[in-house]
Design a protein around this ligand. Structure first.
Ligand SMILES: *Cc1c(COP(=O)(O)O)cnc(C)c1O
Length: 345
């Protein structure tokens, strides 16, 4: 039996032998007590790449996102963000439970909200209405199918936020992909936000981890918030070594994931009446024809060794990553297309 081809997420990658070696050989200390040298090296590398004063290593993107929101927002206010944001749908209502804020979901004319939608979403000041304290952006945007918001688009959002004295937090779990797909310096994206989260456990292929970057002042507070949320880690250099390895060895090959996504989209688009959202990066969203459910298609593909995720009743998500080469993508494309044709008959 062939190994299943797992396209459910880019989080499924296993550390490569070279990454495991880097982890085994990492120099470590106690990062909560007085610092771990490999964690420091990772934090310095990320801060420099993103053009921020300082970065902090976190156990997860979710904790880093919640810390960013916690620092920049105020209890009993609104956070303006895209209606399909990860912060709304996949962080277990952390905005409410941890940060005490109310999400104000925005929808623009395109796949992801834009500056005009932000402007329209900011309420006129009134003693009887909540006011906003924070704007969040997500780049690339997971729910929209790995869509990139350009630097110009982000600058326009930042400018509207500034007009209203609102800080900006960026959920840049896949900002690595946005930079590769557009040939943009990753720091130009990061400059559009006060705090930026980047993930190491998606396309970079590390087993866990994320970073939050921002000003020295913000990161002093973030250090304490991270500890309060339970994210103080000790000999975490073992994990930071994997993240560093991912940045140096896997980021330069990320364009291959985007090529694979385009190949998969081409193989599946139109099959049985399905339509595929043209991928900007490594996420392929397949909108199903009437009568075919996401559950039925995912189950049919799984029987044939191809794993994809139901996204909602009429949409499935397939994500390309380090562990799927061109041959596997060709096979996955055939299986998905054939299954769509059979189920739509
Ligand atoms: C995965 C992801 C996160 C959260 O990262 P975890 O490390 O899984 O907690 C946040 N935002 C986006 C857009 C993501 O894709």
């Amino acid at each position: 039996m062939q190994q299943p081809i797992d396209l459910r997420s880019d989080t499924v990658t296993r550390p490569t032998p070279a990454m495991r070696r880097a982890m085994a050989e990492a120099e470590v200390g106690d990062d909560v007590l007085d610092g771990d040298p490999t964690v420091r090296a990772l934090e310095d590398r990320v801060a420099s790449l993103l053009g921020k004063d300082r970065a902090l290593f976190f156990p997860s993107g979710t904790m880093a996102n919640q810390t960013g929101v916690w620092l920049l927002s105020r209890r009993g206010t609104e956070v303006l963000l895209d209606a399909e944001a990860h912060l709304i749908h996949w962080e277990i209502a952390g905005l409410a439970a941890l940060c005490g804020v109310q999400p104000r979901p925005l929808r623009g004319s395109g796949a992801v909200y834009d500056a005009a939608a932000l402007r329209a979403g900011i309420r006129p000041a009134s003693p009887n209405a909540p006011y906003a304290s924070l704007v969040c952006v997500e780049n690339t945007h997971n729910g929209a199918g790995g869509k990139v918001t350009s630097v110009e688009g982000l600058r326009a959002i930042r400018d509207v936020a500034r007009e209203h004295s609102l800080p900006v937090h960026m959920d840049g779990a896949r900002l690595w992909n946005a930079a590769v797909a557009t040939g943009t310096n990753i720091a130009d994206f990061a400059a559009c936000a006060d705090t930026v989260m980047v993930s190491f456990s998606k396309g970079l292929g590390a087993p866990v981890g994320a970073a939050l970057a921002g000003s020295n002042e913000a990161m002093r507070d973030a250090w304490q918030t991270r500890k309060r949320f339970g994210g103080g880690m000790r000999q975490s250099g073992i994990l930071a070594a994997a993240a560093l390895h991912g940045i140096e060895q896997h980021w330069p090959r990320m364009h291959e994931d985007h090529e694979r996504a385009r190949e998969l989209a081409k193989a599946v688009d139109g099959a049985g009446g399905a339509t595929v959202v043209a991928p900007d990066t490594n996420i392929v969203m397949i909108d199903l024809p009437a009568g075919v459910t996401a559950g039925a298609l995912s189950a049919r593909c799984a029987e044939q060794g191809v794993k994809i995720s139901p996204w909602n009743a009429s949409r499935v998500r397939a994500v390309t990553h380090l562990d799927v080469d061109q041959g596997k993508i060709a096979r996955a494309g055939e299986v998905i297309a054939r299954s769509l044709e059979e189920l739509s008959r």
